[in-house]
Design a protein. Structure first.
Length: 295
């Protein structure tokens, strides 16, 4: 299975009075870059969340959005701070004594002083919350992986077609290369004959010149390596994903293919081979661009 680095996944899980929503979005990136956006109360789960997500992705810049809703009435509670209330009451009595006034403090007045009553959030049941959150992460992760695989299937098909077109150009250059040697030899023989008129052409000298020319324009090794790289790329696409992903391997093969195509073009003195070499480079560049999307 070939996976794209572009993907999307979303999952909602409701357990009891709690609702968990996880959403994943990704784009290309050389390495795995997880960006988490979640409630602060989930900070304790960050390591577990990252570990769980890595089961569904190897590379890419992935934005992770986590939201949480608690519909229970026990989400927060009022806390009565008796010690603080006693301090206020003590000093109010002291003030009344200092100024000779009646202490008319009522409960309704005392309760309004700061920190006498405070709101506190109930502590999370971490085991219970993680259970629900994990289900949402796995649900989003599976959908995310499916979307990447679907996109990867399209990429693989398109790349295979381009590789087949590249192989056609390689075969054309392979067949054309010996012909340009024969054509060069014939042209050289004709020029020498014109210059020497009726004199005999030195076949040894002619053979030497043709050999030197053939060595300069020979691209047999480049074609062999290029053919091998194309085959290896197709096999990797057919075999599909591995533990580390195939994107880096395919990128390396594309770089090597580009190197061989450049050498073929630099050696070419034939218009037809040059045209095919340019077509090769164009297709290789398209392949490299597509490969950047593969995990």
């Amino acid at each position: 299975m070939v996976c794209s680095m572009t993907g999307f996944g979303r999952c909602e899980v409701t357990e009891g009075q709690r609702k968990y929503t996880v959403e994943l979005k990704s784009v290309n990136n050389r390495y795995l870059d997880l960006g988490l956006k979640m409630p602060k109360k989930f900070n304790a789960f960050e390591a577990n969340i990252r570990s769980e997500l890595k089961n569904y992705m190897k590379r890419g810049k992935v934005d992770v959005f986590i939201s949480y809703e608690d519909f229970s009435e026990s989400d927060s509670r009022v806390k009565y701070n008796k010690a603080i209330a006693e301090e206020y009451y003590k000093y109010l009595n002291e003030m009344a004594s200092d100024f000779g006034l009646d202490n008319d403090v009522r409960i309704s007045v005392l309760s309004r002083f700061p920190e006498v009553f405070t709101m506190e959030e109930e502590e999370l049941d971490e085991e219970e919350v993680w259970s629900g959150l994990k289900k949402a992460i796995n649900g989003a992760g599976k959908q995310f992986m499916e979307s990447r695989a679907k996109e990867g299937e399209f990429l693989s098909r398109d790349l295979t077609e381009k590789l087949d077109g590249m192989m056609e150009n390689v075969e054309f250059i392979t067949e054309r290369s010996p012909e340009i040697i024969s054509e060069y030899k014939a042209k050289l023989r004709e020029k020498i004959a014109d210059l020497l008129e009726d004199k005999q052409v030195d076949e040894n000298r002619l053979a030497m010149e043709v050999t030197i020319y053939a060595d300069k324009v020979c691209v047999d090794e480049e074609l062999t390596r290029l053919r091998s790289h194309i085959k290896a790329t197709k096999e990797a696409l057919l075999k599909g994903d591995d533990k580390e992903g195939i994107g880096r391997k395919l990128d390396f093969l594309a770089q090597e293919m580009n190197r061989e195509a450049n050498t073929i073009l630099s050696k070419s003195t034939d218009l037809k081979i040059s045209d095919r070499g340019i077509a090769l480079k164009t297709d290789i560049e398209k392949v490299r661009e597509q490969i950047q999307n593969i995990e």
